[in-house]
Design a protein around this ligand. Structure first.
Ligand SMILES: [Cu+2]
Length: 456
């Protein structure tokens, strides 16, 4: 089992108290149990006086958005005031690929919004797009008219208009925000972001040392074009983490024995992503914005992040190294050029002319698979990236897309934000070509002749 110890938060304590005091009364609507139940089950109390605005450092340890940033706020009359500007953004997914997307305050996706349970928040939203839009606070319990659904809960924000939203935060957890107007187009263009609400009153020693937020997305950007195609329904060719694809994704850096939390959100169009983390066994601590009670937390190595959901995992970084973290759908660790290419497995070099009679423009590549296609040095079309990977410490890394690296180090002399390079394995701790004396001592023939064979 993971040695993780978790803090008992106010919400846990309340939920536990309600369940033990009332037995099944929570479901039998006993008024006593309901009075003690978590805010979301008690019903909204939007008029209660807000708590003092939570301060970064004092009241929470700020979340890290790799390749992203956190939206600053100011305090006006005890309310946290934020300003979002919806606009066109020229965005780079990785060196070599840019597109005209839609974002917030000059970035795709929008900046992280961070607050504390009990805060009252006010959002000004200025629309600089040519199209009407709204902002929906995904997972938050807000008064109906603040929910941001175009047509249903408000008039859409017209170009050049600024709307104001205001509500108290009555929950904590991992949430998101996104356009809820012409959703298929506007979310496909990038109008999404993450919204973290910290619990109030958690002592520093019980908080994660490293708390990361990663927003997953999928895009269709055809080679030769410079805008995402929002009409695509099935065949996405750019799979991103915080709107970046490997090798453009920044690593997640931790020190040995740090308590690490990683929050995932998915506001892509159609696909759920099973995110696999190498090198540790984690606990699933949040599902869909709510904390999982300690007794129900289970260990895992892969966490499914469905569209429209958030999930959070926690672990102790007790195994130093450079650990891969990626979607396990193999077509989601590919970039643009991996799609709709003919299957060339097994075709010999030199047969190009014969094949060209059938497939004009044909050129043999990848006859032993796709791994060599990223590094063969073939000239790429302008504004496109190869189907896979980037250079690693030992060889070419044959994954792209929804792939990043969790780097755990015994020491970080220059801090978390320095360029820490690649992990150097200790002697005897890396797979290598088997030497002759090792083969002999183990009775292994290098041609495979001594290996067991499947029964006929
Ligand atoms: Cu995936």
């Amino acid at each position: 089992m993971n040695p993780l110890t978790t803090s008992i938060t106010r919400r846990h304590a309340l939920a536990t108290a309600a369940l033990t005091a009332g037995g099944v009364a929570l479901f039998g609507r006993s008024s006593a149990a309901i009075a003690q139940a978590p805010a979301t089950q008690r019903g909204p109390d939007f008029d209660a006086a807000p708590a003092a605005p939570g301060k970064p450092g004092d009241d929470y340890t700020p979340v890290i958005m790799p390749n992203g940033w956190t939206l600053p706020f100011k305090i006006v009359d005890g309310v946290k005031v934020f300003h979002l500007v919806v606009e066109d953004v020229q965005h780079e997914f990785a060196p070599g690929l840019e597109a005209k997307c839609w974002g917030f305050n000059g970035s795709v996706h929008g900046p992280l919004i961070e607050a504390v349970e009990g805060d009252r928040v006010r959002f000004f939203v200025t629309n600089k797009l040519a199209a009407p839009t709204t902002v929906h606070w995904h997972g938050l319990i807000v008064p109906n008219g603040m929910d941001g659904v175009g047509g249903l809960s408000q008039k859409a924000i017209q170009p050049d208009e600024t709307f104001v939203y205001e509500f108290p935060l009555r929950q904590h957890g991992t949430f998101m925000y996104h356009s809820h107007h012409d959703e298929m187009t506007q979310m496909a263009m990038g109008l999404t972001g993450m919204f973290v609400i910290h619990p109030r009153g958690v002592p520093k020693s019980d908080r994660p040392d490293r708390d990361f937020a990663l927003l997953l997305h999928e895009w269709r950007i055809d080679v030769g074009t410079d805008r995402p195609n929002p009409n695509e329904m099935t065949d996405f060719n750019i799979l991103s983490i915080n709107a970046r694809v490997f090798p453009g994704t920044a690593p997640l850096i931790a020190k040995l024995n740090d308590k690490v939390k990683i929050r995932f959100g998915n506001l892509g169009a159609m696909d759920h992503h099973p995110i696999h983390l190498h090198g540790v066994e984690f606990l699933v601590t949040e599902i869909n914005a709510g904390e999982v009670p300690e007794a129900a937390r289970h260990p895992g190595g892969t966490i499914l992040v469905p569209v429209g959901s958030t999930q959070a995992i926690e672990f102790i970084a007790n195994n130093p190294g450079d650990w891969a973290m990626h979607c396990h759908m193999t077509h989601h660790v590919m970039n643009q050029m991996g799609h709709k290419v003919p299957n060339t497995l097994g075709i010999a070099d030199g047969d190009d002319k014969k094949v060209r009679d059938l497939l004009p423009m044909y050129m043999t590549m990848g006859q032993a698979g796709s791994a060599d296609m990223g590094e063969m040095g073939m000239k790429q079309p302008p504004n496109s990236i190869p189907m896979v990977g980037g250079r690693g410490p030992h060889d070419y890394i044959t994954m792209g897309g929804m792939f990043t690296i969790v780097k755990v180090r015994e020491t970080l002399p220059n801090g978390y934000d320095s360029d820490i390079g690649w992990y150097e394995n200790k002697p005897g701790e890396m797979a290598v070509l088997a030497a002759n004396d090792v083969l002999q001592r183990n009775g292994i023939a290098a041609d495979g002749g001594t290996a067991p064979k499947a029964p006929k």
